[in-house]
Design a protein around this ligand. Structure first.
Ligand SMILES: [Zn+2]
Ligand SMILES: [Zn+2]
Length: 326
């Protein structure tokens, strides 16, 4: 099969690799398209190490099941599916508590098992979710939508009438959409004004318009010391800071600010199996929520290199079309 291969940090080449074979409990998907997300870009740039080179990246995938492993019903062949790219072991303590997102033996497509930027992808059957025929851009955004919807499901405080979203990458855009869908007035903040304009087109208000006011809910999708400083500064007393950004640098926060602000700081990582994907698939299929609205750029697989290079500076999400499925 053809695949986009990361041959070294910063350089992708299109090459041929052997077709993967579905083992017991697995299905093989003819990949229709793959969205690029921040974690893929971290692997591309070398900030996160690939397990080996050449490496196949990508995890936000949809496609059609075209082969099944020995014990998987053949009725699955032909189904349009979206991929839940983090497979859990279902045996560790965390899995037993239902927190599969923190499984100690988590297998992540494109991170520690081969990624989706290829013509074929093998995943466990239960992690390939059958879904109605929807626009490709909606299908490619089901995974990032699930990250956001799971974060809102986990929220320990009720949703307020207004919220501030800090950082308008794909996660921030998707969070803005999800909050707007629930009737929350969203103020959006980013250092990139093109992203602020994109969020405004989706229905958010530029945060500068509400400058200075505190918010009962602040969502930080970046996690850098500078974005978290902005976020911590904007929380209303008793308010919640919901964190989605993965940044390993330490933050500046005093116990006094935490106590006086009576803050609730909550982190949320991906989603738990099976409830979160099940909910998103039903939600998107019902037509209530079109996550593909955050997409701005499409490339063919052959243009993976420029797609990766430019995706960091475009206002919306970038995706790669792989097979002409529809
Ligand atoms: Zn992602
Ligand atoms: Zn586990």
């Amino acid at each position: 099969m053809k695949a986009a291969l990361l041959v070294e940090p910063g350089r992708v080449e299109i090459g041929e690799v052997p077709d993967p074979e579905p083992g017991p409990g697995e299905v093989r998907i003819l990949v229709g398209g793959v969205g690029l997300c921040g974690s893929d870009i971290s692997v591309f740039s070398g900030r996160w190490k690939a397990p080996s080179y050449p490496w196949i990246m990508g995890h936000e995938a949809f496609g059609i099941i075209e082969a099944v492993g020995p014990d998987v019903p053949s009725e699955r062949i032909g189904q349009t599916v979206v991929v839940e790219p983090n497979a859990a072991c279902f045996a560790c303590d965390r899995c037993n508590r239902g927190v599969t997102s923190a499984c100690v033996r988590r297998q992540s497509v494109g991170m520690n098992r081969p990624g989706a930027l290829a013509e074929l992808l093998v995943v466990p059957s239960r992690f390939a979710w059958s879904i109605a025929d929807l626009p490709d851009t909606d299908l490619v955004c089901v995974e990032p939508a699930t990250v956001v919807l799971a974060a809102l499901r986990r929220l320990v405080t009720p949703l307020p009438n207004t919220a501030l979203v800090v950082g308008l990458g794909a996660q921030g855009m998707m969070m803005s959409l999800a909050l707007l869908d629930r009737g929350v007035a969203v103020y959006a903040q980013d250092i990139n004004q093109d992203r602020v304009s994109f969020a405004t087109d989706l229905g958010a208000v530029p945060a500068a318009a509400g400058s200075g006011r505190p918010f009962e809910l602040v969502v930080d999708t970046v996690g850098s010391p500078s974005s978290m400083a902005v976020s911590l500064d904007r929380i209303e007393v008793g308010g919640t800071l919901l964190c989605l950004g993965l940044d390993s640098r330490p933050l500046e926060l005093t116990a006094q600010a935490l106590v006086r602000g009576q803050m609730i700081i909550q982190g949320s990582l991906t989603y738990d199996h099976p409830a979160d994907f099940e909910a998103t698939v039903a939600f998107v299929a019902a037509g209530r929520f079109a996550p593909g609205r955050i997409v701005s750029d499409e490339y063919p697989l052959e243009s993976a290199q420029p797609a990766f290079e430019r995706s960091g500076s475009t206002p919306g999400k970038t995706w790669l079309r792989i097979a002409g499925l529809s």
